[in-house]
Write a protein that binds this ligand. Structure first.
Ligand code: F6R
Length: 625
């Protein structure tokens, strides 16, 4: 699971099914592809789950969709759990939907996060005779809990014992038929909040799920277990020691709660970028310390036979593809082209069995990209998808896929999906370098370690972003903004301009800084804002050239807004506004340099009174050519 699944737990005097399903409906905004519930009553559990929208689950629960619907008595149950799933491990279908149960059907569990060592756990469980019926990492937990309960542990103790065996990020919530007045939750690196009521208590991935019932909440800390009973809430560490709880009063309304306290989904999604990047990196290093991309489905031999790569994508994903070209050619020495998906099949591209086409698409449904994929496959090329929506059309039609784990992106303008697409292309480039031997194992490992520091660097950008907001507000009256970059800074410039066009409806252009003198410099006039992305000083040849470009445009009256790494003093004299980003290797700089541009466009558009989540004339998935 990615971190975006919705979780609800309830114990109290109301009908648990009603409270849980209503809570899931409040979490619908997170996006999901299946949903399910489990309630405890009369010494047994009733579990109902359905792929698709919540209405399918509701129909099943109302008994209009037998078999597998809830028993009538289940509606009288007073404890229960529920889940909306955003598939990442295993396609979205009834079987993979949560809750998952153990062999005896006595324990049910829902999960948000990724259990990195699930393959080893699954194998171990199967050796001990357990039958696992889904493709998920979650089901292993239900069977591990079953074993502990069979040894005589209560559910809370069982959860403590199981959690210490799990690696990765997870929120788990479970019920057990033998203790119907208890719901147990566990949290590591994935959100879980307790709602404290009067004679009833709630658990959820965010307060939106229970805000209609109570505004008193407890935020759980890392590695904590919570026991929820009608009369109270107990929190301990994984080792059983009592934990101090931090309670607070929620003063958001329901709609703000859905957006995690942000005014717009876009702001929420920008803020989620550190965890989206971290999630996309999770579980990529195998036990032998080598990069492993299991889900990719292309064999190492197939990857060794490739002699050319062509990347196809649209819009923001195309900009990720442009950056991929730099990384792939630098690390793998394979020739790499990047093409707008909408142009690809109309120019008779040269494709052979040794060509690898990489299609990048957040939604997996963009028609231009899909048609490019079909064309490439007809010509016998291998096609690898990079996609954020599990089970969508593009990954289904590709030979292999690498999923980004950004969670659902709801705002029309792409932000967190872009950063995770970059992570995906870096991983693919490094994997190719490892398989083809163009980089030593320790070089690949060192780069992966560096990628691992990126969530924190992106966080650092977000923590110091306020001056960018102020700048954006001060420019709300401008008609035009230009963006300049070199090398990987060029696609970043294009992305900054695209964000501003689509959100603020302003004329914005991105240029390769070297091209300026071949025409666009005629656009520069007194006071024109020009954003310049300065490459890292690690490549002086790039850096020095752009410092000259800044001087050229400033001499012609431009107002220079310069994005440069910490410690780069050479640019300071020529910057009217200086925006600092952490110093990172040249090829990784787009991960930090794009973030201020997203915030800039979002804030400027908001200052103009636009709805940044729903810009005019645009749709989230473009399913027409
Ligand atoms: C811009 C934006 C679009 C998409 C493009 C491709 O902010 O979101 O340019 O990047 O429509 O969409 P996907 O990635 O879903 O194929």
């Amino acid at each position: 699971m990615a971190r975006m699944c919705g979780i609800v737990g309830y114990v109290g005097s109301q009908s648990a099914l009603n409270v849980v399903v209503e809570g899931l409906a409040r979490l619908e905004y997170r996006g999901y592809d299946s949903a399910g519930t489990a309630v405890a009553f009369d010494g047994k559990l009733s579990v109902t789950k359905r792929a698709g929208k919540l209405v399918n689950l509701r129909d099943a629960l109302a008994g209009t969709q037998p078999p597998g619907g809830a028993d009538d008595e289940a509606h009288g149950a007073h404890s229960g759990i529920g889940h909306t799933r955003w598939a990442t491990h295993g396609p979205p279908n009834d079987r993979n939907a949560h809750p998952h149960v153990d062999c005896t059907g006595a324990v049910a569990v829902v999960h948000n996060g990724i259990i990195e060592n699930f393959a080893a756990l699954r194998l171990e469980l199967e050796r001990r005779g357990h039958e696992l019926s889904s493709d998920t990492d979650t089901e292993a937990v239900a069977h591990l809990l079953e074993e502990e309960v069979a040894k005589g542990a209560g559910l809370a103790d069982a959860m403590r014992k199981v959690c210490v065996r799990l690696e990765g990020a997870f929120t788990l919530v479970a019920i057990y038929s033998g203790e119907p007045d208890l719901v147990v939750g566990a949290r590591r690196n994935s959100p879980l909040v307790v709602g404290v009521g009067d004679g009833e208590n709630f658990l959820a991935s965010d307060v939106a799920a229970f805000i209609a019932h109570t505004r008193d909440a407890i935020e759980l800390g890392q590695d904590q277990i919570v026991e929820l009973r009608p009369g109270g809430v107990t929190v301990t560490g994984f080792d059983g020691t009592p934990a101090e709880v931090k309670d607070y009063h929620v003063d958001w309304d329901v709609s703000a709660a859905e957006k995690g306290g942000h005014d717009y989904f876009m702001l929420k999604e920008i803020a989620e970028q550190p965890s989206a990047v971290a999630d996309t990196l999770l579980g990529r290093i195998g036990a032998d310390g080598r990069l492993s991309l299991d889900e990719m489905r292309l064999t190492d031999d197939e990857l060794r036979d490739i002699d050319k790569i062509i990347i196809v994508a649209c819009g923001t994903a195309y900009h990720a593809g442009m950056i991929a070209k730099y990384a792939i050619e630098h690390w793998t020495q394979l020739p790499c082209e990047i093409e707008l998906a909408s142009e690809f099949r109309y120019r008779d591209p040269i494709l052979t069995r040794s060509t690898l086409v990489i299609a990048i698409s957040q939604s997996g449904e963009t028609m231009d990209t899909l048609m490019a994929v079909r064309h490439a496959r007809e010509q016998r090329a291998s096609v690898l998808g990079i996609c954020n929506v599990n089970g969508s059309t593009i990954p289904r039609e590709c030979d292999g896929v690498l999923y980004t784990h950004a969670g659902p992106e709801i705002a029309v303008a792409s932000t967190k999906a872009f950063l995770t697409q970059l992570i995906a292309v870096y991983l693919i480039a490094l994997y190719l370098a490892q398989v083809r031997g163009t980089k030593w194992g320790d070089e690949v490992f060192a780069m992966i370690q560096l990628l691992g520091t990126m969530p924190q660097k992106v966080e650092q950008v977000l923590e110091t972003i306020e001056p960018v907001r102020e700048l954006a507000r001060s420019l709300a009256g401008e008609r035009c903004v230009l963006f300049l970059g070199r090398h990987v800074g060029f696609p970043v410039a294009l992305e900054g301009a695209l964000k501003l066009k689509e959100l603020a409806y302003m004329h914005a252009e991105g240029f390769a800084a070297g091209e300026l003198k071949h025409g666009p410099i005629a656009l520069i006039e007194e006071g024109l804002p020009v954003v310049v992305i300065v490459p890292s000083r690690a490549r002086p040849i790039l850096h020095d050239k752009i410092v000259s470009n800044i001087q050229e445009i400033r001499a012609r009256g431009a107002r220079t807004i310069v994005i440069a790494e910490d410690g780069d003093e050479a640019v300071a004299p020529y910057a009217d506004t200086l925006i600092r980003v952490p110093a990172v290797p040249t090829l990784l700089q787009p991960l930090v340099a794009t973030v201020p541009l997203q915030v800039f466009a979002c804030e400027l558009a908001t200052a103009k009174g636009h709805d940044v989540d729903q810009p005019r004339n645009l749709a989230k998935s473009v399913t027409v050519e």
